[in-house]
Write a protein that binds this ligand. Structure first.
Ligand SMILES: [Zn+2]
Length: 406
């Protein structure tokens, strides 16, 4: 039982609206509340002076003078990798584009080799540090993609590393279709191999629930990519798409037509795609740190939100195009560069991201029956997503269990 909560943001209004057209009132800001947790779920939430009789024997924690809010949902990361891409960043600073770096054998492939060479144990140690840094910032649900193995043995290794993490709830995504591995002459042959040899294995061994693809000109696109995604969906795997990042390649339209959970990046979308996304169940996952590092324009967040699209924010943490795990930086860019309001940012990092992970009935807001994933902080909610590098400190609870005390 969390007693005497000075202020709580339940986000129940934003959850009811499924993360669309979120206003400040949808944060459902309440004072002097109590939160009763039973079996990892929220059993009751209401005024502190009216706690139910059945709860009187519960262990009590005081949150007097403090704010309680839902744990953050980080819905797009490439957290399992080895090596560094710092040398490529210098090239970007000198004016080289990401496409040029990729065409010279850099980019994703320069992470491939060290990641293949790294042992399972080495990757577990390295990845756990990344995971811990997310949970310190209040992340209670974390998505992790594979995609730096690009052969069956190493993709399995990466998914198992993600599955071996302790701390937040981990959602695993298979991103075999991240880039063409050097062993293959053309993309179509590799996609055929992924479809025929990887998908059923991953499904059968429960290594991931979701399949992602880098849908982009020069990478995977058009009919072969759609065929691959259809095969994944047929096996019961959820779909997510890296869409319309570097060029308008049709990724968001494919996401809509195949019923993907999310379309991610969306820098290039214009009015027709914006309206279609707004009228779909696809969550628009915006990743502004990648745009900052690549010196790309930011996605049209304001237009998407005003059209009624559901938006989520995430770090896109990876060693190349977004080597940061800083949630405050993401929120700052969303507010400063993408003109999102603070309530929109908070909803995007909770309710919106929960939808992107198909977990909206379980996480993202503090409501009876949902998981007791919440944060306690001495700051006010208006201090969130403001000072870069200073997310928290939070007391982080996942399913009623304290994850850390930072
Ligand atoms: Zn990504």
């Amino acid at each position: 039982m969390i007693r005497q909560i000075s202020e709580i943001l339940t986000l129940s209004g934003a959850a009811k609206k499924k993360g669309r057209h979120v206003q400040e009132a949808d944060l459902e800001f309440l004072k002097n509340q109590a939160l009763w947790i039973k079996n990892g779920k929220i059993q009751w939430l209401g005024p502190d002076r009216r706690i139910p009789k059945a709860a009187t024997n519960s262990k009590e924690i005081s949150a007097q003078g403090k704010t309680v809010l839902p744990g953050f949902v980080e819905c797009h990361t490439h957290s399992v990798f080895a090596g560094s891409r710092a040398h490529e960043f210098e090239k970007i600073c000198q004016g080289m584009s990401y496409s040029e770096i990729s065409s010279q054998g850099g980019g994703i492939l320069s992470t491939l080799h060290p990641t293949r060479q790294a042992s399972f144990a080495e990757l577990v140690t390295k990845t756990q540090k990344h995971v811990d840094l997310f949970s310190k910032q209040g992340v209670t649900t974390l998505e992790i993609k594979s995609g730096y193995g690009l052969n069956l043995k190493d993709e399995i290794k990466l998914l198992k590393v993600a599955g071996a993490m302790s701390g937040p709830r981990i959602v695993r995504t298979f991103l075999g279709a991240h880039a063409k591995p050097p062993e293959f002459e053309n993309l179509e042959d590799y996609l055929e191999e992924l479809e025929n040899k990887y998908l059923a294995y991953i499904k059968k061994n429960k290594l991931a629930d979701r399949v992602d693809i880098f849908f982009e000109k020069g990478f995977f696109n058009g009919a072969p990519a759609v065929k691959y995604l259809r095969a994944a969906r047929k096996l019961g795997l959820d779909l997510v798409i890296h869409a319309d990042q570097l060029s308008l390649s049709g990724g968001s339209e494919v996401a809509i037509s195949l019923g993907a959970l999310s379309a991610d990046h969306l820098i290039q979308v214009r009015e027709p795609e914006i309206n279609k996304l707004a009228n779909s169940e696809v969550t628009c996952v915006l990743l502004p740190a990648a745009d900052l590092y690549l010196r790309c324009p930011y996605p049209p967040a304001r237009k998407l939100i005003d059209a009624g699209a559901r938006v989520a924010l995430a770090t896109d943490f990876n060693p190349g195009s977004s080597p940061t795990q800083d949630l405050a930086l993401i929120g700052l860019l969303a507010r400063l560069e993408m003109k999102m309001s603070l309530p929109e940012v908070i909803s995007a990092y909770t309710v919106g991201a929960a939808h992107a992970l198909n977990l909206a009935t379980k996480v993202g807001s503090l409501e009876v029956g949902k998981y007791a994933d919440f944060l306690i902080t001495e700051k006010s909610w208006t201090d969130l997503f403001y000072s870069v590098g200073q997310m928290g400190p939070f007391e982080v609870y996942q399913q009623g269990q304290k994850l850390n005390d930072v």
